[in-house]
Design a protein around this ligand. Structure first.
Ligand SMILES: *[C@@H]1O[C@H](CO)[C@@H](O)[C@H](O)[C@H]1NC(C)=O
Ligand SMILES: *[C@@H]1O[C@H](CO)[C@@H](O)[C@H](O)[C@H]1NC(C)=O
Ligand SMILES: *[C@@H]1O[C@H](CO)[C@@H](O)[C@H](O)[C@H]1NC(C)=O
Ligand SMILES: *[C@@H]1O[C@H](CO)[C@@H](O)[C@H](O)[C@H]1NC(C)=O
Ligand SMILES: *[C@@H]1O[C@H](CO)[C@@H](O)[C@H](O)[C@H]1NC(C)=O
Ligand SMILES: *[C@@H]1O[C@H](CO)[C@@H](O)[C@H](O)[C@H]1NC(C)=O
Ligand SMILES: *[C@@H]1O[C@H](CO)[C@@H](O)[C@H](O)[C@H]1NC(C)=O
Ligand SMILES: *[C@@H]1O[C@H](CO)[C@@H](O)[C@H](O)[C@H]1NC(C)=O
Ligand SMILES: *[C@@H]1O[C@H](CO)[C@@H](O)[C@H](O)[C@H]1NC(C)=O
Ligand SMILES: *[C@@H]1O[C@H](CO)[C@@H](O)[C@H](O)[C@H]1NC(C)=O
Length: 542
């Protein structure tokens, strides 16, 4: 008996599940001003956004990021905007002349627009490595929202992607979740598979796609009309590249008009199977902005569905995106993703709420919230935690450390520089840290230009009194943090100063909580240094 107790205690100790820590928001804001003020109607009630990085010290682009677990590893597939551009100018606005889309000069980061898809891998959901950057030619496809599933018929991983809202979804295939992905992407075949989607996998391995095709425009007031969408669920063929498309495998779950009659304007969908039920979750129709999350659930993929109601009225400051099913010791868990768009003071407001967040999305990220269920299978309301713990696969026996939190600082403007001071100086052979750019958002359809209008200048001052001057053309600065490199020849760095003469936006850095008490970080305005005493510049390598 005693031995048995000891044994079971031992078993429960060794099988004690490990978890990954994920930061949605920074718990300790190390910058008062980060040069990224939100719109007052969509403040940051849960904190400023944490910004994640990869193992190589670049920004981890998590736009519409989706998580999976295959072949003993975690995968993240996400859309990217690091090549710049601002694309979302749809939404009909009468009385406003849409400007011509600006002509984007080619940059070092690919064709502007939806820049493509990054595939990342991780052993532990914390430490992420970039595996592949898929950039189909924009004359062929602009791809967004990558969702990866496995076809046991073809042994292919199939990456479903959104594209043009009014033509079918794209897909690409690969023999590995790391890519490379077939290029150009193909169009999924079937009817009613446009706009937004998610793919749920049933307990028997069958795949169903949820879609919300365009139905009509509703006039909202004299100024705006509002697109509305039906909700469909359809079974996919075993190769996952077509809908079966028969009457008994396709169902229109709701009509756009019936939803509008309930005052539900749903888009931004997710769809998953969990513990005997199928769930669909939605955000409110809105371009690039936060909103409520509403859900429906059913015992059968094709319905009938019961309204579960709202789980949050503000999406925790984000818009609903895909749900991710991951393994854990206690069975599959559901981790909901929500896309945290940035807003600015100049965003358009209609009827008391933001109609359209910022046009460019490189600085946005995805929040992850593990879902909790009540005994009656309804979903518990969101609590919007800054930090979540996500249970890991049963055979992961090492507890990963909580990752460092980083935040964006976009204060390098024509009148405002950023400076990092090292006293004692730092010996350096090769200096690398990430920088990024962002043009000012001037409203729904206008940006202050396709990219910044002057270079970013970096001056490295050495302890011996020398200085090295560098500058990067805006065509050569990513919109998401990406490292720049400077050969420093083993000299001692006493100061790094970042400045610009650009007039239409800001260059940015990444900062973290101060670890090196001998360093100083702050701004330089009119020759006066103002320290941010809790922050230090994130430097990948000295
Ligand atoms: C965990 O199990 C998966 C198979 O389910 C395997 O591919 C992976 O290598 C295992 N991981 C560890 C850390 O043992
Ligand atoms: C993260 O991954 C990199 C590259 O695989 C490795 O060198 C590093 O030790 C890992 N870090 C942690 C904390 O696991
Ligand atoms: C992709 O977006 C770019 C920029 O808006 C546009 O010029 C191009 O026509 C789009 N491509 C497709 C296939 O729709
Ligand atoms: C393969 O997938 C089909 C559905 O697409 C399912 O019926 C079948 O059980 C799956 N087979 C395995 C071995 O998972
Ligand atoms: C405007 O807001 C009011 C109050 O929140 C709401 O009842 C109404 O439906 C909204 N109208 C539009 C066009 O969104
Ligand atoms: C996928 O399977 C369907 C049904 O068997 C078939 O019609 C379609 O041609 C297949 N697609 C591809 C790309 O092989
Ligand atoms: C749909 O009907 C066909 C016959 O028309 C049948 O073979 C198939 O099993 C049915 N599928 C489902 C999911 O009920
Ligand atoms: C969940 O949140 C919704 C929206 O705020 C609210 O109407 C509902 O009462 C909440 N449910 C519970 C159980 O707190
Ligand atoms: C772009 O920047 C990289 C370093 O970040 C540099 O190696 C490269 O030469 C630059 N390209 C141009 C065209 O300036
Ligand atoms: C920036 O503007 C200042 C003031 O007009 C000028 O002195 C300086 O040379 C400019 N720097 C660059 C790199 O263009």
């Amino acid at each position: 008996m005693k031995l048995l107790n000891t044994l079971s205690l031992f078993v429960s100790l060794v099988s004690c599940s490990k978890f990954a820590t994920y930061h949605n928001f920074v718990t300790k804001d190390v910058l008062i001003d980060d040069g990224l003020p939100p719109h007052p109607l969509q403040g940051l009630p849960y904190g400023k956004l944490a910004y994640p990085i990869t193992t190589d010290g670049n920004g981890r682009e998590q736009v519409e990021a989706h998580l999976t677990y295959y072949e003993g590893k975690y995968w993240m597939h996400s859309a990217t905007w690091s090549c710049g551009g601002s694309l979302f100018v749809y939404g009909i606005v009468s009385g406003i002349n849409f400007p011509e889309s600006p002509v984007y000069p080619p940059g070092q980061y690919g064709s502007p627009g939806n820049c493509g898809i990054k595939s990342y891998s991780s052993p532990d959901l914390v430490n992420w490595t970039l595996e592949d950057y898929y950039q189909p030619d924009i004359t062929v496809a602009n791809v967004t929202k990558p969702v990866v599933r496995y076809s046991n018929e073809t042994n292919n991983y199939v990456m479903f992607m959104g594209g043009n809202a009014k033509s079918n979804f794209y897909y690409a295939t690969s023999k590995s979740p790391s890519g490379p992905w077939s290029n150009p992407p193909s169009l999924l075949s079937g009817a009613h598979i446009t706009h937004d989607f998610d793919v749920a996998v049933g307990p028997d391995g069958s795949h169903y796609i949820l879609s919300d095709p365009f139905t009509d425009y509703l006039p909202m007031d004299t100024y705006y009309t509002f697109p509305i969408w039906d909700i469909w669920v359809q079974k996919l063929t075993p190769n996952l590249t077509a809908t079966v498309g028969t009457k008994n495998t396709s169902a229109r779950i709701r009509t756009a008009q019936s939803l509008a009659a309930q005052e539900l304007y749903l888009e931004a969908s997710s769809f998953f199977y969990h513990d005997g039920y199928w769930y669909m979750m939605f955000g409110r129709t809105c371009q690039n902005c936060a909103g409520p999350i509403y859900y429906l659930y059913s015992k059968n993929p094709l319905g009938p569905y019961t309204d579960g109601g709202y789980v949050t009225l503000d999406g925790c400051g984000a818009q609903n995106k895909g749900t991710n099913i991951l393994p854990s010791e206690n069975g599959p868990i559901v981790v909901a993703g929500a896309l945290a768009y940035r807003t600015s003071a100049t965003n358009v407001v209609v009827n008391g709420s933001i109609w359209h967040g910022d046009n460019h999305q490189a600085a946005s990220s995805t929040f992850f919230f593990p879902l909790e269920f009540n005994d009656d299978h309804t979903i518990k309301n969101y609590t919007c935690p800054a930090t979540v713990k996500i249970p890991l696969a049963a055979n992961i026996t090492t507890q990963p450390d909580s990752p460092t939190t980083y935040q964006l600082d976009c204060r390098i403007r024509n009148w405002h520089s950023i400076e990092a001071v090292y006293d004692p100086p730092k010996k350096s052979n090769s200096l690398e840290f990430p920088i990024w750019q962002r043009t000012d958002n001037l409203g729904q359809t206008f940006n202050a230009g396709p990219m910044l209008d002057h270079p970013v200048n970096v001056v490295i001052s050495f302890a011996d009194g020398d200085a090295s001057h560098y500058s990067w053309a805006p065509t050569n600065v990513s919109w998401a943090p990406a490292k720049i490199h400077m050969d420093t020849g083993g000299k001692e760095i006493s100061r790094i100063t970042l400045s610009t003469n650009a007039t239409n936006g800001c260059f940015g850095t990444l900062v973290q909580a101060k670890e090196n008490s001998k360093s100083k970080y702050g701004s330089l305005v009119g020759g006066t240094f103002k320290e941010d005493s809790n922050a230090q510049l994130y430097v990948y390598k000295f």
